[in-house]
Design a binder for this molecule. Structure first.
Ligand code: COA
Length: 257
């Protein structure tokens, strides 16, 4: 079976590649588990000094697998939901994280960037957080971190209108460090990750700790998680997932919140 998460180590950098190109690297429960486990293990592995997240096939990720959300929505998903485990893991990760974003970053594909310390984007990448279009709410503490990074008005527009922000603009508004031609993004991100890996790790980690209020991040993740779980079970969300599966526009006028 194809590995949907590819794992490699290069010069102290743990490279995690989302690799499900036929589904635009949409994240399944198992992919979240692999990512969460690898990032968790990296925290105590002295061979790893930086983590790099990227996507194969010219795409970062189309976000959470919507078929998976539909299964949760209809009560057909059982067992641990590793999306929450992944989010919590990146929320408290102490080693530096770098992201290389090409093509598309949707939903958690954008909110995970708020837990990365350096973000490189393709200038034509499309970054969107269409939670409201899906009848949902923001997650991964993005309702705290996105307005902090780009301001309330821009963050609200991203959440509520769900319109994509181009990579070039993402760099202008501080959502990314640098926008580059798509073909150069992964190399630039890897070079930056390797440069970080050569810095004194104790100092890098202490700096990251000082810059992130992990208690506030965790509290917001918990608050969002409660509402998100409720929203997944609403008729609005069910309509959004059904519309995606049936390749039609959703009609929210006939369902109640
Ligand atoms: N979950 C599950 N499958 C997904 C997916 C997702 N989030 N995003 C894309 N796919 C699948 C499509 O169903 C399609 O599968 P199929 O070929 O078996 O029908 C395949 O990936 C290609 O996607 P397609 O929609 O044909 O590509 P596109 O280039 O026209 O559009 C997107 C790409 C990402 C804009 C569009 O697929 C989309 O809106 N996806 C949903 C994104 C989303 O809402 N994510 C969750 C945010 S919380």
């Amino acid at each position: 079976m194809t590995e949907h998460i590819k794992i490699a180590i290069d010069d102290g950098v743990l490279i995690l590649s989302m690799n499900r190109p036929d589904k635009k690297n949409a994240l399944s429960n198992d992919m979240y588990r692999r990512l969460a486990e690898a990032i968790e293990e990296a925290q105590s592995d002295p061979a790893i000094r930086c983590v790099l997240l990227q996507g194969e096939g010219g795409v970062f990720t189309a976000g959470n697998d919507l078929a998976d959300f539909a299964a949760v929505s209809s009560g057909q998903a059982h067992g641990t939901r590793y999306g929450s485990v992944f989010i919590e893991t990146i929320g408290r990760a102490e080693k530096p994280m770098v992201a290389a974003v090409t093509g598309l970053a949707v939903g958690v594909g954008v909110t995970m960037l708020l837990h990365c310390d350096l973000v490189y984007v393709a200038d034509d990448a499309k970054l969107s957080t269409p939670f409201v279009n899906l009848g949902l709410v923001p997650e991964a503490a993005s309702s705290l971190l996105l307005p902090a990074r780009i301001g309330h008005a821009r963050a609200f527009a991203m959440f509520a209108l769900g319109e994509p922000v181009l990579g070039e603009r993402a760099a202008e508004i501080g959502l990314a460090n640098q926008a580059l031609p798509a073909g150069e993004v992964q190399a630039a991100a890897l070079a930056a990750a390797k440069a970080i890996a050569k810095r004194p790790l104790g100092s890098v980690m202490a700096t990251k700790r000082l810059m992130r209020d992990t208690a506030a991040i965790k509290a917001m993740m918990d608050a969002e998680g409660e509402v998100f779980t409720q929203r997944l079970k609403t008729a609005e969300a069910a309509e959004a997932f059904a519309a995606f599966a049936e390749r039609r526009a959703p009609d929210f006028t006939k369902v109640s919140g």
